[in-house]
Ligand binder design. Structure first.
Ligand SMILES: Cc1ncc(COP(=O)(O)O)c(C=O)c1O
Length: 409
């Protein structure tokens, strides 16, 4: 008898949940109580400094500035890089909206360059083709935790006199040719939001090896103060982007698990890649210079020909019914109302013509194929499971590919 898909009332491949996220224990409880009893919940506490030092060291960076979240980290890094009204910043369309809105918040203009269809990472060639005399910076996003080409981008930035910012919001522990990401470019922005591989619910950090940029970021995140200055001495524009001691305490405790969790994700991801490839599903390609992948997302490419023309949406719906929490992921950022209107507003404010949006936001075919047709995401916590958990994903995919029918016209 033909097996019935769970979508059509059959028995799901699995009903038990994947590992819970976040993972916590006594370490977090102890650290939080220490903060509570210290009475130093914000300024004056030691946990933020300890976390900045520990995380910067872990990511092979000299300086770390802890902030409220990853969006703020990007905004601060851009501001410290001198990005302001009317400046152009090259970014990929395949990323979280914050990569673009951080530019918009400063009056700058996000300029989209397409991704490599094999890796979904910003293509250095496409980025170079978008450089004009107004370009100030490039944001290389390490999407899903896979480092962008950190040989090509620093060289490109140097050659054109641009600042290179790494959006490493998803890339804790990721490494390019043996060096952890974040301070390979001029600055890197991290997020510790709930879904991230290192999390305190919310939080962010800017990493850099440049002492001058580190001081600028510190000042911007702390209402324009300077380290040796008086309390009410404000030397530059700054906001209050300070991380609390609660967040830092949790993050220090979470860091004790990061190496082990990263190794587990790496092992499971490699197995899953191998097994899904056998079914014709294509995981994203990985450059051999990526010596550690953070696996914030496991992304593979669906092809309707594998299931008699059934759409990716039908595949995802059927996988969900089998108990596998996969999703389609992003839309190209230039197709979001917020980014389009924000860019038009900024063009207006700096006295430029609205028609420029055609040049700033060209359609990017590889990103569109990824967003609308191909990409299937599995979240990082799934990769913290066992070999049997991985096998259940493969089993569900095989079952769905065998049983899926194209939707009725
Ligand atoms: C690629 C990317 N950039 C930036 C951010 C923004 O970080 P946050 O949510 O901490 O503001 C996120 C995550 O949410 C992200 O995934």
């Amino acid at each position: 008898m033909a097996e019935r898909l769970a979508l059509h009332g059959g028995t799901p491949v699995r009903t038990e949940p994947f590992p819970r996220w976040p993972v916590w224990g006594e370490e977090e409880e102890k650290a939080l109580l220490e903060v509570l009893h210290s009475g130093q919940w914000g300024i004056g506490g030691e946990k933020t400094t300890q976390f900045e030092e520990a995380f910067a060291r872990f990511q092979n960076a000299r300086y770390g500035i802890s902030v409220t979240n990853g969006t703020a980290a990007l905004e601060i890094a851009l501001r410290a890089a001198g990005v302001g009204p009317g400046d152009e910043v090259i970014i990929p369309p395949y990323t979280f909206v914050a990569t673009a809105t951080a530019c918009l918040a400063l009056g700058a203009l996000p300029v989209f360059a397409d991704i490599d269809p094999e890796t979904y990472l910003l293509s250095p060639t496409a980025a170079e083709a978008r450089i004009t005399e107004r370009t100030k910076a490039i944001i290389a996003v390490h999407i899903g935790g896979c480092p962008a080409d950190m040989d090509a981008f620093p060289e490109l930035a140097r050659r054109h006199g641009l600042k290179l910012i790494e959006d490493a919001a998803q890339a804790h522990a990721a490494a390019w040719r043996g060096r952890r990401v974040g301070a390979i470019g001029d600055m890197g922005a991290f997020s510790f939001q709930s879904s991230k591989n290192l999390s305190a619910g919310e939080g962010g950090m800017i990493l850099t090896d440049d002492a001058v940029l580190a001081e600028r970021c510190w000042s911007i995140h702390n209402v324009g103060r300077v380290r040796e200055g008086a309390w009410y001495q404000h030397e530059t524009w700054g906001g209050n982007y300070r991380m609390t001691q609660w967040q830092a305490a949790i993050l220090l405790a979470q860091m004790t698990r990061l190496e082990e969790q990263s190794a587990r994700r790496e092992e499971n991801a490699q197995y899953l890649s191998q097994e899904l490839t056998k079914l014709g599903l294509r995981p994203l390609a990985r450059d051999p210079r990526v010596t550690q992948h953070a696996w914030h997302l496991f992304i593979f490419r669906y092809d309707p020909n594998l299931a008699r023309g059934a759409s990716r949406e039908a595949f995802i719906k059927a996988m969900n019914a089998e108990g596998i929490p996969c999703s389609p992921g992003y839309v190209p950022l230039y197709a979001t109302k917020a980014v389009r209107e924000g860019t038009l507003d900024n063009l207006h404010w700096v006295g430029r013509d609205a028609s420029e949006i055609e040049r700033l936001h060209p359609s990017c075919p590889a990103a569109e194929r990824a967003c609308y047709e191909e990409a299937v995401w599995l979240p990082q916590y799934v990769l913290l499971g066992t070999r049997a958990d991985m096998d259940s994903i493969v089993e569900a995919a095989a079952k769905v590919l065998r049983g899926l029918e194209p939707e009725a016209e």
